[in-house]
Design a protein around this ligand. Structure first.
Ligand code: GDP
Ligand code: MG
Length: 163
């Protein structure tokens, strides 16, 4: 069985952008066809010859009308249950929010390996902002730009080191 990598985090931090980046260009082409630009939740990918399944938990909906905070919590719990490695995506421009802390608390209590993706660092003048994420107590944040592909190789190296 391929290892499962789950992407978690509050809305708008860039989970889907990172998912599309990590799922690979070959599959992303399909999304350019009009009418099939629906959010994909699962895909398989590989890095350095290691194959894995990647899940965008942000696209998984639970009960209609659930408040956001509850939905994010459920997505994180699902990731803890199903994934071998969890990627917690954070927004380096906004820093740590209460929702980030809630998810981080759940992840710390689980025994799952967590990789912190400090997203949106393509503004080099703001590069140092991601140091704040050390406070989450989940290890070294890895600065990335999901949008531009910056440093996602380092993120993938960290992910597969836990397989
Ligand atoms: P999700 O809600 O966590 O899935 O976030 P999305 O992937 O939908 O992204 C939310 C917004 O952030 C969109 O407008 C993205 O274009 C933007 N975004 C995602 N990644 C980056 C990044 O690396 N840099 C910047 N500047 N914007 C990003
Ligand atoms: Mg999304």
């Amino acid at each position: 069985m391929k290892p499962v990598v789950a992407i978690v985090g509050r809305p708008n931090v860039g989970k889907s952008t990172l998912f599309n980046r990590l799922a690979g260009a070959r599959k992303a082409i399909v999304e350019d066809i009009p009418g099939v630009t629906r959010d994909r939740l699962y895909d398989s990918s590989d890095w350095n010859g290691r194959e894995f399944i990647i899940i965008d938990t942000g696209g998984i909906r639970f009960n209609e009308g659930d408040i956001f905070a509850r939905e994010i919590k459920l997505q994180a719990e699902l990731a803890i249950e199903e994934a071998d490695v969890i990627v917690l995506v954070l927004d380096s421009r906004e820093g740590i929010t209460a929702e980030d802390e809630q998810v981080a608390n759940l992840l710390r209590k689980s025994n799952k390996p967590v990789v912190l993706a400090a997203n949106k660092v393509e503004e080099f003048k703001k590069q140092l902002d991601y140091y704040e994420f050390y406070k989450l107590g989940l290890g070294d944040p890895i600065p990335v730009s999901a949008m531009h592909g910056y440093n996602t190789n380092e993120l993938l190296d960290a992910v597969i080191s836990h397989f």
